[in-house]
Design a protein around this ligand. Structure first.
Ligand code: AOF
Ligand code: ZN
Length: 340
């Protein structure tokens, strides 16, 4: 499909798509089991006249929020959405109909909807005479929908394994000290990321050894507005004196029990934060969809590893990951990996 969007050049809708992706990112962590979608409305002069993102479950979808903020200026305009507009009546009405009613003449979207109940929106819009085009994400833009898309296809939560390590692969020194391997910028990123997940998971070993609170905080220690669910996997009792007790948490005996219960209760995007034996369990079971490694410019020579046991006895058997992105965070580097 080759459509003239009347915007002069494609750079303008790339800007709109970036804006929509940023709106989606702002909603991440607040929408599950629904996707964190972002939407903008652009008028015929290329000006962004409406913005919106998915509201917490049961609330309006991104398109509805963007149309509300655009008002009458949506007529004849372009809607840029990170997910194919829904064609169904679920907890809310179909966004396709709202776009048609608002008189939008063009729709650009990033991802097709893998949810069979809601999909078919592109076709419905075309049948109503609206020009529809699916586009690629702009280079380097963070895509908030990826975990939800994978989870929806799998029928199982998307799992990100996260760790901070020295340049030579250690998460703690031989005496057990691990605070801090990475600098402030990277640690702040971890907290921002926690707030955008549905749950953070640790093993009982880490809960007992580190006594973490697993909250999402600002650098000054204040709690962020959105807190993820805190989940501990393992059968050992967590002491009543643990900070987790105060913050509230859930405990499951096995990885499968935890993920199955998390899925059933709406979690789609979960973060595994340690320790080494839980990381081993998730990796060995093939339950890791993405890795988020924070690499610090420190060498220890000896120390505690990221994973507690062997994943491959010979190099040819070792799983190789695909680099999905690299970011500088102060003196540290965030390495994002996906399954190849
Ligand atoms: C959202 N936000 O911006 C879009 C969604 O039960 P409902 O009516 O809220 O519908 C949820 C489904 O709608 C969701 O699984 C997805 O397939 C589709 N699109 N959902 O929550 C949005 N565009
Ligand atoms: Zn919708």
């Amino acid at each position: 499909m080759n459509i003239d969007f009347g915007l002069g050049n494609t750079a303008e809708y790339q800007v709109a798509l970036r804006a929509a992706m940023e709106l989606g990112l702002a909603a991440k962590g607040t929408t599950s089991p629904n996707p964190p979608v972002g939407a903008v409305i652009v008028d015929s002069s290329g000006r962004v006249v409406g913005r919106g993102h998915t509201q917490p479950v049961g609330g309006p979808h991104a398109e509805i929020m963007a149309l509300r903020s655009a008002g009458n200026t949506a007529r004849g305009g372009l809607a840029v959405v990170t997910l194919e507009p829904c064609a169904h009546t679920g907890r809310t009405g179909p966004c396709t109909q709202a776009l048609i009613n608002a008189g939008v003449s063009q729709v650009v979207f990033l991802h097709s909807d893998p949810n069979p109940v809601a999909s078919g929106g592109a076709k419905a819009l075309q049948e109503a005479g609206i020009a529809v085009q699916q586009v690629q994400a702009p280079e380097g833009a963070e895509d908030a929908l990826l975990p939800w898309l994978t989870a929806t296809q799998l029928g199982w939560p998307h799992v990100t394994l996260k760790f901070a390590q020295t340049l030579d692969g250690f998460t703690a020194a031989t005496d057990g000290t691990s605070q801090w391997i990475t600098g402030e910028t990277a640690r702040n990123h971890v907290h921002e990321d926690r707030a955008r997940r549905d749950a953070i998971i640790i093993g009982t070993g880490t809960a007992l050894a580190d006594n973490p609170s697993l909250t999402a905080r600002y650098l000054d220690g204040r709690l962020r507005e959105k807190q993820p669910r805190r989940v501990v996997i393992g059968t050992r009792d967590i002491s009543a004196a643990s900070k987790l007790h105060a913050a509230g948490y859930e405990q499951y005996g096995t990885i499968d029990q935890a993920l199955s219960q998390l899925w059933d209760t709406g979690a789609r995007d979960v973060l595994v934060e340690g320790g080494a034996s839980l990381a081993y369990g998730f990796l060995k079971a093939g339950k890791v969809d993405a890795i988020q490694a924070y690499l610090a410019p420190v060498l220890l020579g000896e120390g505690r590893g990221v994973v507690s046991a062997s994943l491959a006895g010979t190099l040819a058997d070792a799983g190789r990951w695909r680099t999905a992105g690299v970011r500088h965070l102060g003196e540290d580097v965030l390495w994002l990996l996906a399954q190849s």
